[in-house]
Design a protein around this ligand. Structure first.
Ligand code: C2E
Ligand code: MG
Ligand code: MG
Ligand code: MG
Length: 284
């Protein structure tokens, strides 16, 4: 009897798993049409200076408005796009859309308009055409390169081959800022910090979340965060904290010298219209 139940449960898990695989397969197939049908769109999350809490940048985060499955978060499709080869097209769409929106903000708000920070998948960086395509997109929109920041995960920096180093140097020379995303989530070899053109380090969420506790754990985490911030500053790198959800975290990060932050405490990712409203409501 127990054995039967075990078998049923396994059958259940198999069904679950295969339906999940079917969904992934269906999503992967639908992705090409989704690009042509404009089902992807970009939300922006404010990045604020910790000294005065003004929004000076936004991170572009892609979403998929699927006709039957509704709004899908990037964790549902980015790795699929990486597998089926469409990630390049998605990242190109997000970069172009972000540049256009940034240009509109600049036309309306001048120097108060935020820069756009755009995520790039790992494999993009080893593509020899990347730097040229990024430069062409930014120039065609009429944006200055310094209005754009590119986010690459720590993992990407750890796996650089000769081509990626060349891409990064070309992009940096062109004038876009380079940020390390999710810093501190993986095994880190700090040597690359000195060898690659890095402007911004984005401190991963778990560090920030753990700063909320009390006692010895908290002070150890604060010590680590403080050391990362000092190291970055000594190398001329600015630090943005991710996933700041509470006032307390924001205050502690500011006290440790962290430059900027993003997170639900300040603002959730939101449509471009809302960014315009935020700029309209902010004091000039
Ligand atoms: P990420 O680049 O580290 O982006 C930050 C993620 O944290 C976003 O999730 C954002 O919505 C979420 N977040 C922001 N503030 C908070 C907070 O206070 N608390 C918590 N718990 N979460 C917060 P999202 O939008 O689901 O994106 C997930 C990941 O997908 C991104 O992580 C990025 O790696 C990837 N991604 C998003 N857009 C793109 C894109 O256009 N291209 C590529 N290649 N990857 C993208
Ligand atoms: Mg990011
Ligand atoms: Mg530079
Ligand atoms: Mg991140």
């Amino acid at each position: 009897w127990a054995k039967d139940e075990g078998r049923n449960r396994l059958a259940f898990f198999d069904r679950e798993r295969s339906s999940r695989q079917q969904t992934r397969y269906a999503l992967s197939l639908a992705m090409r049409d989704a690009l042509d049908n404009n089902e992807f769109f970009v939300d922006y999350q404010p990045i604020v200076g910790l000294a005065d809490e003004t929004m000076f940048g936004v991170e572009a985060l892609v979403r998929w408005q699927h006709p039957t499955m509704g709004r899908l978060a990037p964790d549902r499709f980015i790795d699929l796009a990486d597998e089926n080869g469409l990630i390049g097209a998605i990242d190109a769409f997000v970069l172009e859309q972000s540049c256009r929106d940034c240009k509109l903000w600049q036309n309306e708000f001048g120097g108060r308009a935020p820069f756009v920070s755009v995520n790039l998948a790992s494999r993009q960086v080893s593509d020899p055409t990347l730097a040229g395509r990024v430069a062409a997109t930014i120039s065609s929109v009429g944006l200055e390169p310094r209005s754009v920041q590119l986010e690459l995960t720590e993992q990407t920096f750890m796996q650089t081959d000769r081509q990626s180093v060349e891409s990064l140097r070309a992009l940096s020379a062109f004038g876009v800022a380079i940020a390390i995303d999710d810093f501190g989530t993986g095994y880190s070899n700090l040597a690359y910090l000195g060898q690659l053109p890095v402007d911004v380090l984005k401190l991963a969420g778990p560090f920030v979340t753990r700063m909320d506790g009390q006692g010895a754990d908290r002070s150890t985490d604060e010590l680590i965060v403080k050391s990362i911030i000092d190291l970055a500053h000594n190398m001329g790198i600015s630090v943005t904290a991710e996933c700041v959800e509470t006032e307390d975290q924001a205050r502690r990060l500011a006290a440790l010298g962290c430059d900027s932050a993003q997170g639900w405490h300040f603002a959730r990712p939101t449509r471009a219209d809302r960014i315009v409203e935020l700029l309209q409501n902010a004091n000039p």
